[in-house]
Design a binder for this molecule. Sequence first.
Ligand code: C5P
Ligand code: C5P
Ligand code: ZN
Length: 466
Amino acid sequence: MTEIIEIFRKEADRCAEEIKKHRSIHVVSHIDADGLTSAGIICTALERGNFEYTTSFVKQLDENALDTIADESHELVIFTDLGSGMCEHIKSRGINAVISDHHQPQGTLEFHLNPHLFGANGSYELSGSGSTYLLASALGKNRDLSSLAIVGAIGDMQHLKMGQLTGINRKILEEGVKGGYLEFKKDLTLFGKQTRPIYKLLQYSSDPYLPGLTGDEDACINFIHSLNVRFSQDERWRRWIDLEISEKQKIISGLFQYCLNSGIPSYKIERLIGEVYVLLKEREGTEMRDASEFSTLLNATARYDHADIGLAVCMGDRENAYENAKKLLAEHRQNLVNGLIYVKENGVTQLENIQYFDAGSQIKETIVGIIAGMSSTVVENRDLPIIAFAKTDAGVKVSARGTQDLIRRGVNLSEAMSTVSAEVGGAGGGHDIAAGATIPENAKEEFTRKLNFFIGEQLRRKVNSG
Ligand code: C5P
Ligand code: C5P
Ligand code: ZN
């Protein structure tokens, strides 16, 4: 592992040298938590290096987006958390570029940082923000930015495969810990430990899904009551961080018992506890203190056309931008709840090798992937990849989510989505475990049929190769 990171750093040095030849730089990034933290990292590094820079954020780096960027004739463009799938298109437009990404590469480019090029897996060993952190480290002293790198990795759920960050991500984590910026520890994994009343952690639990508690506020309040844990203090709801250790233990063992009694398999129950990541320089009780809450706060901005707000928070704004982000977060949360209800009520259609739902215009295309991922906990069959469709102005957005088990059995959603979407006149890509595409409106049926077949082939190929 040491070797891979050293080779990566050498490449980062080369990219940094290229960047230093320019004074004015344009940064293009992705509209999610990893994209925002990537942009936050590189923009901070550029600011510290006295560069002039501009930014833009895109949903997808497609040919149209590249045409726009080419028309703007920038001296140098740094692509973060995207770009690797479009190397040839970037070159053919004569864009002078540095790419810092972790999606599966297609084509080649001279200044290109991507874990896949160095024998590491970009779906769990390094995120876009991690790659960009190594680039920023080559540009100057930027170790404090390791916390943003970890927030991006958690936003892309890179810790899920091993139950903790591994690979180059872990090296970055260790740097952050050494610098006093980060802490990791075993704790309850439920979302909202810094900011939410305790019962809300249970009410919104989707992994594991807690039958009888998830979605039922009264039941969650009663459950905590039954454990003799005080809810409020000085007329304020108590949060997880407000509890004594003994109270935390009471809730954890109560939850384990509850899950056992509900017949939840033990490998799922174990997911209640895991490694969590704390940003030590952030104020306690704020979203930014917890990597997972921070990443959701960021998703609540960029996925709703407010990347500027998320970027400002990444770059340290704890006043206006933070206040605005919190408002967006409340709406985002509501949209996620509504989206999950939609999936529950409308159900999914099962084919032989995939299952899918079509959200039409009921779920925004920029969050349908998140909901597809969360819905794995409300569908009956966890053995099939989940495919979600949502309407967009320019066709249909498709999001696909798989599981570690499916990957072991040969499924690669990135390959499947890019191949099959291209066959029907669309484009897509991503990671083995999570991928997306845009396809023409009238191609949905053909796409579904072909994807079902293609994934069947991936499974058969694996069986045949032993
Ligand atoms: O564009 P990007 O690489 O940031 O997106 C990664 C996506 O993969 C995220 O939406 C993340 O939620 C998803 N993912 C997942 N399960 C994993 C790892 C990643 O759903 N185990
Ligand atoms: O949009 P969604 O969250 O489903 O994206 C999952 C993964 O697929 C992300 O890594 C995203 O960057 C990638 N993707 C892609 N091409 C698309 C849509 C998504 O490479 N057209
Ligand atoms: Zn990413």
